[in-house]
Write a protein that binds this ligand. Structure first.
Ligand SMILES: [Fe+2]
Length: 217
């Protein structure tokens, strides 16, 4: 039968494993974000990626502090999940390179990363609390809040800018009409194609229009 000591040893092992996973994730993101920023055509989106790059560099340092607090050397463990998510992001950058829906695709790819991180840091925070590792809880929380804020920022950008830009690209003369139409749709766009994580669509008509443009190009 498992004893209390066995339980905390197992949880500790899980926490160290997750920390090594996230160390790999953050380091991969430090490499991926500059390319995403360079690829984004929307200025707000580019700025959001650049700002999150600076935060991610801080997060790498925070993980090193966590290893230090545990008295362990900082060690990264390859994470196939983030490799897959980033690979999909690369595919979007290639396939939609000249498409009006490129930014909508980039937002979606970036939000998949954020959601992976929010889940991982969230679990790790609960384990650290369980193990009474207060200094770790504080460090995890700082990063967790940054990830949540980054995710919300991406949702804002998707709703306020990316979709409208994708729609207005086809003809400036239609701009006013399209903007009004967008407002109408966003109030009732429950049927939109993709979710941005909070239940609202990120790329209803914009993405469809982009797909059409590509087909007829
Ligand atoms: Fe991060």
């Amino acid at each position: 039968m498992a004893t209390k000591k066995d339980e905390s040893t197992g949880l500790m092992k899980l926490l160290e494993d997750q920390l090594a996973d996230l160390y790999y994730v953050e380091k991969q993101l430090v490499k991926a974000l500059p390319k995403m920023a360079k690829t984004a055509t929307n200025e707000d989106l580019r700025t959001a990626f650049e700002e999150h790059l600076a935060e991610t560099e801080t997060q790498v340092g925070r993980i090193e502090q966590m290893f230090e607090a545990l008295g362990k050397p900082a060690k990264a463990k390859k994470c196939p999940a983030i490799d897959g998510i980033l690979e999909e992001g690369k595919e979007i950058m290639d396939e939609f390179a000249d498409d009006v829906a490129l930014d909508a695709g980039l937002v979606s790819a970036a939000q998949k990363v954020e959601h992976y991180e929010i889940t991982s840091y969230g679990s790790m925070k609960a384990w650290a609390e369980q193990l009474g590792l207060e200094d770790l809880v504080g460090l995890i929380d700082e990063t967790l809040e940054e990830e949540k804020a980054a995710d919300e920022k991406l949702t804002e950008i998707a709703e306020a800018v990316v979709n409208i830009e994708a729609e207005t690209e086809e003809g400036d003369e239609e701009e006013e009409e399209v903007e009004e139409g967008t407002k109408g749709r966003s109030a009732s766009n429950g049927k939109s194609g993709s979710s941005n994580g909070n239940g609202k669509g990120t790329s209803s008509k914009g993405a469809k229009q982009g797909a059409r443009t590509k087909q007829t190009a």
